[in-house]
Write a protein that binds this ligand. Structure first.
Ligand SMILES: [Fe+2]
Length: 247
């Protein structure tokens, strides 16, 4: 299996367009999305139209916490004011097919071959997995050899070796990593639409279970255009400002 792995698109169609352009000539047989298609940004229908009608690879999609609220399945309790504003705005602006698509997205975890997909963690859609301690808990909670997750908007890889030791590494630039037989991995591709590692470029990955590689990518995109759409929609300015900062 060779999968394009995206997460936390957050209604940023400009970022997603740059990702699609970057992978146009790359081969992959699956596309995984780890949730948060919408929220924060002002282009939910563009993102959902693109993802919903994507052809050329098998789609495995799960929902994120922002999708849950935008779909009307939950209220925005626990969201900060700007996130809540954007989630409720999204709810009002979804096309009928996109609202249905969002409402019907499965709650993770979802297994595909040896790969488990989740938004926050396999046990909790809303959990933030930031460090090795959190990662050890995730490895203990599942038998999956590979676990892909999102939610933190930080590209990172954790490995569990044969002796039960967990090591983690933040991914600070584009990189191709070779994975070891006998190890288990917990991997976050970072966020397409709202990176938070102080690198504003869209983040994603290509995972190859046969070659045992994970490639992390960063692509610059038209940030001013994404910001303009946020301001034109009347969404909080901080949601535009943070895109340029990568925070
Ligand atoms: Fe998110």
């Amino acid at each position: 299996m060779r999968a394009l792995v995206v997460s936390d698109l957050h209604s940023n169609a400009e970022a997603m367009r740059a990702v699609m352009a970057r992978v146009r000539r790359k081969k992959f047989d699956h596309i995984f999305c780890l949730g948060d298609f919408v929220g924060y940004g002002a282009q939910p229908n563009q993102i959902l139209d693109t993802m919903r009608t994507f052809k050329g690879a098998k789609k495995v999609y799960i929902r994120g916490n922002h999708d849950r609220v935008a779909a009307g399945l939950d209220e925005a309790e626990g969201f900060n004011a700007a996130a809540k504003h954007a989630a409720l705005w999204t709810r009002e602006h979804l096309s009928a097919p996109n609202r249905r698509f969002l409402r019907d997205l499965p709650l993770g975890p979802v297994m595909r071959d040896e790969v488990q997909l989740c938004h926050g963690s396999p046990q909790d859609e809303d959990e933030y997995v930031f460090n090795g301690h959190h990662a050890a808990g995730v490895f203990a909670s599942t038998d999956a050899r590979f676990i892909l997750y999102g939610h933190t908007h930080m590209p990172v890889i954790f490995a569990l070796d044969e002796n039960g030791y967990v090591e983690g590494a933040a991914i600070r630039a584009e990189a191709t990593l070779r994975l070891s037989e006998g190890f288990r991995y917990l991997i976050n591709p970072g966020s397409v639409g709202q990176p938070r590692d102080r690198n504003p470029a869209a983040s994603f990955a290509i995972f190859d279970s046969k070659a045992l590689t994970i490639q992390f990518f960063r692509v610059p995109y038209d940030i001013p255009k994404a910001q303009a759409s946020i301001l034109a929609a009347g969404l909080p300015r901080i949601l535009a400002d943070r895109l340029a900062l990568g925070t």
